[in-house]
Design a binder for this molecule. Structure first.
Ligand code: TRP
Length: 352
């Protein structure tokens, strides 16, 4: 697995260990709960399951300090349900901690990373995707969008400082890059790293940064943490999420296989058809039809547990379970699209 390709099964515990991250333990959950009141269902259900320095961020907070959040999106097409998992959790963190969020649109990423496609910068996806982000309810006053090509000057000075201390051999280890990799691929990660230090740089004092993201993004944070030590910024902290599985049995819902993904733009009939054709697993823990509900859409524990039990007891046919999921997804998407259509001009301003 690299940030740019996930193949086959994902061994989440193995990744956490290999990346040198820590599990989110019951004890840490208790501590988070003291800050946030209740615990978010994505924490209770282990969707976000691993971290680095989350305890240090809480220490800082308990001493009265503030921290910022940072996440992002490579805008290369419509948003699907898998993208909404980390963003939903990030929205919860912003609300619970009142933190400022930096949200980066790496509109340069696909152009540099995908040698096999050349679609240019796909500028209009930035606005389309940003509307999906804001429709989740982020506080516009406390959210700063950074579009790499448009706002490069906010990042470039930091990216330079970061890049000058990273060697090609580090990039080979973290990202699987090699002699055949382009200059663009080598430099790009410095631009994704830069927002981690932006709050500290602007404040002229250490402001910790917490990055909620899928664990596939971890290589970026490992090189950023090395850079932090060298440059005297706080190391960025992480909370790692699992990937929402694809409908056809892939470990990750992915735009490279459109039938595995439900996009926020899909019309109800298409949603029904995609879900009707989904592969179900032999157990809810391995079934995308259940996992989409459990990881993202059904907050209510009783409802989720009932379905789990019905499935195992054979009291619910897969076809009925799929029809129900399609209904849940469609009613979620109806509301999402309504909110989305109301905020266009506000989002345009945020992108200026
Ligand atoms: N590289 C991410 C993607 O492929 C986009 C991204 C940019 C990101 N900055 C981020 C993701 C910070 C998580 C956190 O979609």
């Amino acid at each position: 697995m690299t940030p740019w390709a996930v193949k086959g099964e994902i061994d989440y515990e193995g990744l956490m260990e290999r990346f040198g991250a820590e599990p989110i333990t019951p004890r840490l959950l208790e501590r988070i709960k003291r800050h946030t009141g209740g615990l978010h269902y994505m924490l209770l259900r282990g969707v976000f399951y691993s971290h680095r320095d989350l305890d240090a961020v809480l220490d800082h907070r308990e001493r009265g300090g503030r921290f910022v959040l940072y996440t992002g999106r490579g805008p290369a097409g419509p948003v699907h349900l898998g993208h909404l998992v980390p963003w939903t959790f990030t929205k919860h963190l912003q609300e619970a901690f009142g933190s400022k969020l930096f949200f980066q649109f790496t509109d340069d990423e696909r152009l540099l990373i995908r040698d096999d496609v050349d679609e240019g910068l796909a500028g209009h996806w930035v606005l389309e995707n940003a509307m999906d982000v804001m429709a989740l309810g982020f506080d516009p006053e406390n959210t700063e969008f950074i579009v790499n090509t448009r706002h490069a000057s906010r990042l470039y000075p930091l990216a330079l400082k970061i890049a000058r201390g990273i060697t090609c051999s580090t990039m080979r280890g973290a990202f699987g890059l090699g002699d055949e990799s382009s200059l663009g691929k080598m430099f790009f990660p410095a631009m994704q790293a830069a927002p981690c230090f932006l709050a500290s740089e602007r404040a002229g004092e250490p402001v910790p940064c917490l990055v909620p993201a899928g664990i596939d993004q971890d290589p970026y944070w490992r090189i950023t943490r090395d850079a932090a030590r060298r440059l005297g910024y706080p190391k960025p902290a992480q909370v790692h999420g699992r990937m929402l599985p694809g409908l056809t049995g892939d470990a990750k819902m992915s735009s490279s296989q459109p039938l595995t993904a439900v996009y926020t733009t899909d019309v109800p009939e298409l949603v029904e058809r995609k879900i009707a054709e989904a592969d179900t697993g032999d157990h809810p823990s391995r079934c995308p039809v259940y996992q989409i509900r459990y990881m993202l859409l059904t907050e209510d524990d009783d409802e989720a547990q009932e379905l789990y039990a019905d499935c195992l007891a054979g009291g619910m046919e897969c076809s009925e379970c799929k029809a129900r999921l399609a209904e849940t997804v469609n009613s979620f998407l109806r509301r999402h699209r309504r909110r989305r259509s109301l905020i266009r001009s506000g989002v345009e301003k945020m992108l200026e």
